[in-house]
Design a protein around this ligand. Structure first.
Ligand SMILES: [Zn+2]
Ligand SMILES: [Zn+2]
Length: 226
């Protein structure tokens, strides 16, 4: 508290999330896949969703994983910046409302036990909790957990990523059965973590899953079109 806050996006002093950064959130340009939200060439479903429709109802991302949101997520993840998490959640509320999803509770994608012990907190929760609060929804961070450790997904191919997180999550039926869930993650790359969590939640009897990520990593090819 001895130092003034600096903006989690650009480092400007005196702000935790400055107006400049708030005004330049890189959004995912239309058209995007109606199901998974990934950029596509023409309106409809992407190839992946046509071949193998995901088990969740819909997935969307608020921003492209790029400046300044990339820095903000890094700050939340490694510096436990609770105030920045609150600011990001506040800014996401209108976007989430505009989706008109019928949701009962918000659940953050959980960390493994080992990572949680190292870091001391789940960075996704720093946004998920205030987001649930502002939306007037229940928050159930313990309803879904990681039941086995997995390798980092960085550097793995799509099929390796899927294999890595397959059957890695479990959900508590007492907490989620017949409920409609907003599943929140910080960054989506291939969506394999979201799919693995979706499998666990469906096994526990949830009614519907809406997946949301704060940001989505896009390939250079996709970025050029945004
Ligand atoms: Zn800034
Ligand atoms: Zn798709």
């Amino acid at each position: 508290m001895l130092f003034p806050p600096v903006c989690g996006g650009c480092g400007k002093a005196g702000f935790r999330w400055c107006p400049n950064c708030q005004g330049r959130i890189p959004r995912i340009a239309e058209p995007f896949c109606e199901k998974c939200g990934t950029p596509v060439r023409k309106i409809g479903l992407c190839e992946k969703c046509q071949l193998e429709p995901p088990a969740y109802r819909l997935m969307r991302s608020w921003a492209v994983f790029d400046f300044p949101i990339q820095n903000a997520l890094h700050t939340i993840k490694y510096r436990r910046n609770v105030g920045l998490g609150d600011s990001i959640a506040s800014q996401m509320v209108n976007f989430v409302r505009s989706l008109q999803w019928d949701i009962d509770i918000v659940i953050p994608v959980p960390l493994g036990r080992k990572r949680l012990k190292e870091r001391g907190y789940n960075q996704v929760g720093l946004v998920a909790r205030p987001l649930a609060y502002e939306l007037g929804l229940g928050y159930a961070p313990k309803a879904l957990w990681k039941s086995r450790e997995t390798r980092s997904q960085v550097g793995l191919t799509i099929s390796q990523r899927r294999e890595n997180v397959s059957q890695a999550y479990q959900a508590n039926p007492l907490a989620v059965a017949r409920k409609s869930i907003l599943l929140l993650d910080d960054v989506a790359t291939t969506g394999s973590t979201i799919s693995a969590c979706t499998d666990a939640l469906l096994s526990a009897g949830v009614r519907e899953i809406y997946a949301l990520t704060i940001a989505r990593a896009l390939s250079h090819h996709d970025l050029n079109r945004v």
